[in-house]
Design a protein around this ligand. Sequence first.
Ligand code: LMR
Length: 400
Amino acid sequence: IFSDVEEAQPIEVFHLVKVFNEDDDPSKVNLTIGAYRTDEGKPYYIPVVKKAESVVLDGTLNHEYLPILGLESFTKAASQLLLGDITQRQEEGTIFGVQSISGSGALRVGAEFLVKHLKCTTFYYSIPTWENHHLIFMTSGFQNAKTYRYWNEETRSLDFDGFCEDLSNAPENAVIILHGCAHNPTGLDPTEDQWKKIAEIIKEHKLIPFFDNAYQGFASGDLEKDAWSVRYFLSQGFEFLCSQSFAKNYGLYNERAGNLTFVLNSVENVKAVKSQVTMIVRGMYSNPPNHGARTVSTILNNDVLKNEWMNTLKLMTDRIKAMRKSLRENLENLGTIGTWNHITDQTGMFSYTGLSASHVEYLRSKYHIYMLRSGRINICGLNTNNINYVAEAITDTLLN
Ligand code: LMR
């Protein structure tokens, strides 16, 4: 029965991690997968997460099922983290969260809901975007994958006019995937004025915004600031969906803690929408996992722990900013071909370096430096020990 199955391409980012792990060159550098690393190049088990986990594991809990839509103390706090003071809307039910299998699961459930119940057929994603958006939306039943311009290769900045033009040509009811902050992979976010314009076009053309917010806190180090775009849409009376991941900002990559927030304008629709999301979850994975959500909820619902978490986020983003600065300075001091201001203009975990696929290949084979074929690097993979090596390698690569 399996003889006609065709082999799919490996998932680039996970494939590269595997190849990197198998590489025994002592100078190897991993700038691939979006995971935070310390200055020692190690994964970071955030201390306040460890503390919260000991509360979660205190022995009073059992492994009973959670409600199908998830742990309410978690979904409520997660939606508040995203949207600010929404207690009244949460009480009336017009804003609610659905616990999800991290950000990907939130996108998957949300996308299926849009296809089944809002009859959506077309979605738009930025060029470039996180490579999984396309797969998730197509798997959810969307028929047309369309793109909007985002990265201007020449100027290495946002192609805002192209972005607006493509949105303006989108058909009514098209779903627009927007990165709430710290755009993956470019590290380029619209300014507040640009977001206002984007909102205007979306409203005028009756499009449906679907925010993907996987990096709150990682753009500026300030949770409120990083939520500006989503909160602006809320303030303008939009109905929308937003996925949240707690993989990055809690370092809980494999615990799959996520939330899907629904923002509705009419109380009348709440019951039906919730019941249909319940059916989607029930038919997909039936019931969400406990550990990650309980850990995040413990922190978000305790001011002392939350404060400690925010301080840690600040430390992590400060290190990222320092690495951006240092990479740019190193490249400029070495007289590396090209301009490098985009490294510090960009924000969040990633930098779209502008290096070509052949540069990427050269860096890997000659220097054992790993990055995505698109030239995206995870800035967190840089540290005070390897930054000179990476800058020198890039300088040499551009001469070849
Ligand atoms: C990334 O972009 O590197 C991460 O979000 C990991 C993933 O799942 O692609």
